[in-house]
Design a protein around this ligand. Structure first.
Ligand code: ADE
Ligand code: ZN
Length: 336
């Protein structure tokens, strides 16, 4: 059996605010003299019992309330990169939620400067490359998203794409048509969470209206045979997050996760961690636990690792280098 932790991987679905471990929440809260509702790290962790996406989002937005300074965003991001590199993540495409910070009075500049300083440090110290993706909160208005896009224009060279996250139900991609049109005109790539809790129609809208390069989650696409065919034919990558789906009760347990069916259908599925501090594991644990529950073969694990680079926004030459590295590791094991 291949050791999934050792395979070179790209992580493509990771909310930096979702890597905020309880210990670091307490450290930063103390540093900023912000009182917390919970008496201890254990008490906070005990509150991580979610019934659906919204019940998670309530705790997720409360946790990030202690982030105030550039140093806070730096420490948060560097801690993630260190953990990711320990599982042989070689490249990460990282989401951040600017509206969850600017709405509390933290400047957009503070957030981006702190995160990008850590991304540079992570590349130098851990040899991990990265891209940054700015998400709009879909349960906020389209005009708030447009104002956020305005703030991002001066940082165009540091943000590769825009995305769409937060509460999916009743917030279809079509609500953000104009914002995404403008983002693409400004040179941003686009991605969107779709088909996590929301219906397959939202995946169609993300493709046809927002012209996304990837679908984040997309697991409910499996309810629509025509959509499966479209995703397969156009090789649209899906950034799947198995442990997240179980913790948020989108699926009953890992044994019933559609990841294997997605691979069987010829889809470009990838494995990711979403919000690892909240869902019980980083990308390595997602690989290992999904592989055990679904009896994934070595071939399927290697396919998932290869897909992660193929679906990334890395340039073609670097992509080929990573793919060759995976193939070399696999052929050494096979004694070829
Ligand atoms: N923001 C952070 N995690 C998310 C998820 N799983 N779905 C939607 N928005 C999110
Ligand atoms: Zn997500």
């Amino acid at each position: 059996m291949i050791d999934a932790l050792k395979l070179p991987k790209a992580e493509l679905h990771l909310h930096i605010e979702g890597t905020f471990e309880p210990e670091l929440i307490f450290t930063i809260a103390e540093r900023n003299r912000i009182p917390l509702k919970y008496a201890s790290v254990d008490a906070l962790r005990a509150a991580y019992r979610f019934t659906d996406l919204q019940s998670f989002l309530d705790i997720y937005y409360a946790g990030m309330n202690v982030l105030r300074t550039e140093a806070d965003y730096f420490d948060l991001t560097l801690a993630y990169l260190k953990r990711a590199r320990a599982q042989n993540v070689r490249h990460a495409e990282i989401f951040f939620d600017p509206q969850a910070h600017t709405s509390r009075g933290v400047a957009f500049e503070t957030v981006v400067e702190g995160i990008t300083a850590a991304l540079r440090e992570g590349q130098a110290r851990f040899d991990i490359t990265s891209h940054l993706i700015m998400c709009f909160l879909r349960d906020q208005s389209a005009s708030s998203a447009m104002e956020t896009l305005d703030l991002a224009i001066p940082y165009r060279d540091r943000i590769i794409a825009v995305g769409l996250d937060s509460a999916e139900r009743d917030n279809p991609p079509s609500k953000f048509l104009t914002v995404f049109d403008r983002a693409r005109a400004e040179g941003f790539l686009t991605v969107a969470h779709a088909g996590e809790e929301g219906p397959p129609e939202y995946v169609w809208e993300a493709l046809d209206l927002l012209h996304v390069s990837r679908i984040d989650h997309g697991i409910r696409s499996m309810e629509d045979p025509q959509l499966i065919e479209r995703l397969r034919r156009q090789r649209v990558p899906l950034t799947v997050c198995p442990l997240s789906n179980v913790r948020l009760h989108v699926i009953p347990d890992l044994d019933h996760h559609p990841l294997k069916r997605m691979l069987d259908a010829g889809l470009v599925a990838t494995v990711n961690s979403d919000d690892p501090a909240y869902f019980g594991g980083y990308v390595g644990e997602n690989f290992v636990q999904a592989a055990a529950a679904l009896q994934l073969t070595d071939y399927e694990l290697v396919t998932l690792a290869r897909n992660s680079f193929e679906a990334s926004f890395i340039d073609d030459v670097t992509k080929r280098k990573f793919l060759e590295e995976i193939d070399a590791q696999v052929s050494v094991r096979a004694g070829r």
